[in-house]
Design a protein. Structure first.
Length: 184
């Protein structure tokens, strides 16, 4: 329990930018370094964590903790990943007006935004490298990326939930067609 708590405390403490920025660190520590889960399990956990309510990093921590040590492990990992953010936000909220007026703090946050974008891009690239390479997965990846990019270029907010549901519907339709046709 202590190792789960400390591992996710480090992830929560040293990763800025929210859940997507934490995914590469979770993958590095839990898959590559500690070997608590496999790459395939990490991909499944990421998909489930994105599909369930709540922040993705908390959901990932909960699932990894559960896989590692059951309910106590899930609790330890979840508390570990949440605690740093809670403490930092609590302290910032006490001094928010003065905090954001400090020049070097404002500059640091502008720099952090760029790093967060790169961390999210790294998580996406890692998932694409390790993902399934079937024609359907390539079509869904390209289609989803195209829809999201087009929405961003046109200034439209595309719901990630709607995109996931549409991709799931396409996957189910292909599965049903393959089953009906007797082909793979």
């Amino acid at each position: 329990m202590t190792e789960l708590f400390v591992t996710f405390l480090k992830i929560g403490l040293f990763t800025f930018g929210g859940g997507y920025a934490m995914i590469p660190m979770i993958q590095h520590l839990c898959v590559e370094q500690k070997k608590w889960i496999t790459h395939e399990e990490m991909m499944d956990i990421t998909v489930v964590a994105e599909s369930t309510p709540g922040p993705i990093a908390i959901n990932c921590a909960t699932f990894v903790g559960l896989a590692r040590a059951g309910l106590p492990g899930a609790t330890a990992a979840t508390v570990g990943v949440v605690l740093p953010s809670f403490v930092i936000i609590f302290l910032i909220s006490r001094f928010l007006d003065r905090f954001l007026q400090i020049g070097f703090i404002a500059s640091a946050f502008r720099g952090i935004r760029i790093a967060v974008g790169l961390l999210i891009l790294q998580a996406a690239v890692n998932m694409l490298k390790k993902g399934e390479k079937s024609p359907l997965s390539r079509f869904l990846t390209a289609g989803t990326a195209g829809i999201m990019l087009l929405g961003a270029l046109l200034g439209r907010n595309i719901s990630s939930i709607a995109v996931m549901l549409a991709a799931g519907a396409v996957g189910l339709a292909v599965f049903a067609a393959q089953r009906k046709g007797g082909c793979k």
